[in-house]
Ligand binder design. Structure first.
Ligand code: IMP
Length: 429
């Protein structure tokens, strides 16, 4: 049994990680987010009411789990406080159960303004971001001018940093983009107000998490977005600004690689992408629309329709490699019920040549044509099936095909939306 399990996305996000994380959370002691921000979305039910959590791990719904927002995140404090308020209004205990890393960075109001200005200016080449200020907040982090959570504890440091940043950002906003600037003192007052609410949750989370691992506690690292949106390993520049890959766990939570036992890659049984950028197996036209409706493929954070396509082994092999996956979790298998034949992409064709490794060059990727193999579909429903042997034979073959092609075992299969629509081939924790 593992003590430390990572769950991350292998595609362009939206693989259905939330449900899997919920299932594994039941057995974990600690759940840790390690990257991203409120660009992610995870729908949970509290008292028959849907709440979409963007920052806080869903483990918070359990009174005995510690939930950690790691140093690798960029946090919009307003959004975080809204989530916290919604949860505590429903009687969920936060105090003692939620810890926020001192080293996480803060999303500031000017990050949202500059992102919108830059996206608008890009026109057709826009990334199609969630407009949550994620990219600009990571820019400031890397430029070493970012405002960190720890700065909320020291008002004078906070004020000084905000003054310096606002004065520079105002130049850019007003002179380059013709927009209004910000009043540093107002921004400071807003953030010092957030400090009052957040201070008691701030901690040295790297110490907490490492101590917990050393004590033999079970730690789940919850990834957001997916491998192909990774700043290093994704379809740059059409990516997010963080590291949703396995390496991101180490830098984003402060845990060394030797402490990670199990890395599970979530693979949706087909592929989706939201926002712009190359997507070789995208299905255009009515059948793509049908997939979207079948799978309910609309963003949890922005409500945007997702682009849909076939399973892509070229991209998945890349994900297996850069994450050193130890197991696969296949989700939304039931969405493929009744589609016959199915297609899987086994290679790309580029200017007459076959390509089997995911290209780094965006211009090549954009021109790649998928080379498909047809596989037989199944007519019977897989919805809610809980044992592998009860799956239709062709569904079993589809899963075996994935396992054999990628050389990684399928550990869990999700066969529907409900919590117990799941086949567990291997227990974790
Ligand atoms: P950003 O993360 O808002 O900067 O957006 C960058 C790219 O990542 C855009 O294509 C977004 O649509 C995509 N993206 C960000 N978060 C998610 C997610 O949780 N699921 C799927 N796509 C996402």
């Amino acid at each position: 049994m593992s003590k430390t399990v990572v769950v991350l996305g292998t595609q362009w996000g939206d693989e259905g990680k939330g449900k899997i994380v919920d299932a594994l959370t039941e057995k974990a002691d600690i759940v840790v987010r390690f990257q991203g921000g409120n660009n992610a979305g995870h729908t949970v039910m509290v008292d028959d009411r849907e709440i979409i959590l963007h920052l806080i791990p869903s483990g918070i719904l359990h009174s005995d789990k510690l939930c950690v927002i790691g140093n690798g995140l960029v946090i919009n404090p307003k959004a975080l406080i809204e989530e916290m308020t919604e949860l505590s209004d429903r009687g969920i205990k936060l105090s003692g159960n939620l810890k926020i890393s001192k080293n996480a960075h803060l999303i500031m109001p000017y990050h949202l303004a500059i992102e919108k200005a830059k996206e608008d200016r890009k026109g057709k080449k826009k990334i199609g971001t969630t407009l949550r200020g994620i990219g600009p907040a990571y820019v400031d982090k890397m430029a070493r001018v970012g405002v960190r959570v720890v700065d909320l504890l020291y008002p004078e440091v906070l004020r000084e940093k905000i003054q310096a940043n606002v004065s520079e950002m105002n130049e850019l906003l007003t002179k380059v983009y013709g927009m209004d600037g910000f009043d540093a003192e107002e921004v400071y007052k807003e953030y010092i107000g957030y400090a009052e609410i957040l201070t008691s949750f701030v901690d040295d989370t790297d110490v907490l998490v490492n101590d917990a691992i050393d004590e033999g506690k079970r730690v789940l690292f919850e990834g957001a977005q997916g491998t192909l949106l990774d700043i290093d390993h994704g379809t740059y520049p059409y990516v997010t600004s963080s590291s949703p890959t396995a390496g991101g766990v180490c830098t984003g939570a402060g845990v060394g690689p030797t402490k990670i036992n199990t890395i599970l890659g979530v693979v949706k049984a087909y592929t989706t992408r939201v926002g712009s950028g190359p997507f070789p197996t995208e299905i255009m036209g009515p059948f793509g629309d049908e997939m979207r409706e079948r799978g309910g493929e609309y963003g949890a954070t922005t409500g945007r329709p997702r682009r849909c396509g076939w399973l892509d082994f070229v991209a998945l092999r890349h994900a297996v490699r850069v994450n050193s996956l130890t197991g696969l979790i296949i989700t939304k298998l039931d969405v493929l019920d009744g589609i016959d034949p199915l297609k899987v992409c086994v290679a790309y064709r580029y200017q007459g040549d076959l390509i089997t490794e995911f290209p780094k060059e965006l211009n090549i990727l954009e021109e790649c044509e998928p080379v498909y193999e047809e596989v037989q579909g199944w007519q019977d429903s897989t919805k809610g099936i809980k044992e592998f042997d009860k799956l239709p034979e062709n569904a079993q073959k589809y899963l075996k095909r994935i396992e054999e092609t990628l050389g990684v075992p399928v550990d869990i299969i999700s066969t529907g939306k409900k919590r117990d629509d799941i086949i567990v081939m291997k227990e974790h924790f």
